[in-house]
Ligand binder design. Structure first.
Ligand SMILES: [Zn+2]
Ligand SMILES: [Zn+2]
Length: 264
């Protein structure tokens, strides 16, 4: 939600990131599926993230839910699909749950409608399932008191990944999550101590986050081989080196960093 370094913060984590850069910096949460050139989510710095990772082609785009930390980089569709000199669009496929597409329009001044109908740089496909080549994606609505949130179950014949990056708790049951090779999941507390020594259990958002014990329980219940924690925030007060230490003592749970490659 907040980048590291946060430009307005002089805490040790942000100061360290200013010196070391690389894995010590964090941009917004997103996932790129290389096999099918599909991007999931557009935080405001997504253009910088794509450039850093050498991602030069996006054929499919999806956005998981309406919140600003996942949508405010949606202008990426302009350089992708709109030639402003010729005033001509070459639409890329935009895939989302119908209710999520409606939420995104409602929160962004009908932004998706503008891109589809005026600039013609996206073509909206409202669905809960797509198949592209050998890759199948189920879009599952983890609908809670916070609203609509898409979890992605991405599979081919022999591998399965679940991407559940935000608004994860409560985690609604779905048979599709069983036996995943990896669950990439947001908002999991590490040691319960936040930036400045504040305790997570006293924070207003404590009930929105999983503890490590709860995530281990999900791992057991769904027989998931590996967990990767993402959507790691500046106010959690940890650096890349801290997470390396924490994950050493965990059973197949690791913490994401910008540019992390996951090969299944
Ligand atoms: Zn800071
Ligand atoms: Zn988020």
């Amino acid at each position: 939600m907040f980048q590291i370094p946060n430009p307005f913060c002089q805490c040790p984590i942000c100061e360290e990131a200013r010196v070391k850069r690389g894995r010590y910096e964090r941009l917004g949460p997103s996932l790129y599926i290389e096999d099918i050139q599909m991007l999931i989510d557009t935080p405001e710095d997504i253009g910088v993230a794509c450039d850093r990772q050498g991602i030069s082609e996006i054929k499919y785009l999806s956005i998981s839910h309406k919140d600003p930390d996942h949508t405010r980089g949606m202008r990426i569709v302009e350089p992708l699909g709109y030639d402003c000199i010729a005033d001509k669009g070459s639409p890329i496929q935009f895939i989302a749950l119908p209710e999520v597409a409606d939420d995104i329009n409602a929160w962004n001044g009908d932004g998706l409608k503008y891109y589809e109908n005026v600039l013609h740089c996206i073509s909206i496909h409202k669905t809960d399932h797509i198949k592209i080549g050998d890759i199948e994606i189920h879009l599952v609505n983890n609908k809670t008191h916070r609203g609509n949130m898409t979890f992605y179950v991405i599979s081919d014949k022999c591998r399965k990944a679940v991407y559940a990056c935000c608004d994860v708790k409560p985690f609604l049951h779905n048979e599709l999550y069983y036996d995943a090779d990896v669950l990439i999941v947001g908002l999991v507390s590490d040691d319960g101590i936040l930036k400045g020594g504040k305790r997570l259990e006293e924070a207003p958002f404590r009930d929105d986050m999983f503890t490590i014990e709860e995530i281990m329980e999900l791992k057991r219940k769904y027989r998931i081989k590996r967990i990767i924690v993402t959507h790691i925030d500046e106010y959690w007060g940890k650096s890349y080196a801290d997470y390396l230490k924490i994950e050493k003592n965990l059973d197949n749970i690791s913490f994401a960093y910008d540019g992390m490659e996951i090969i299944l």
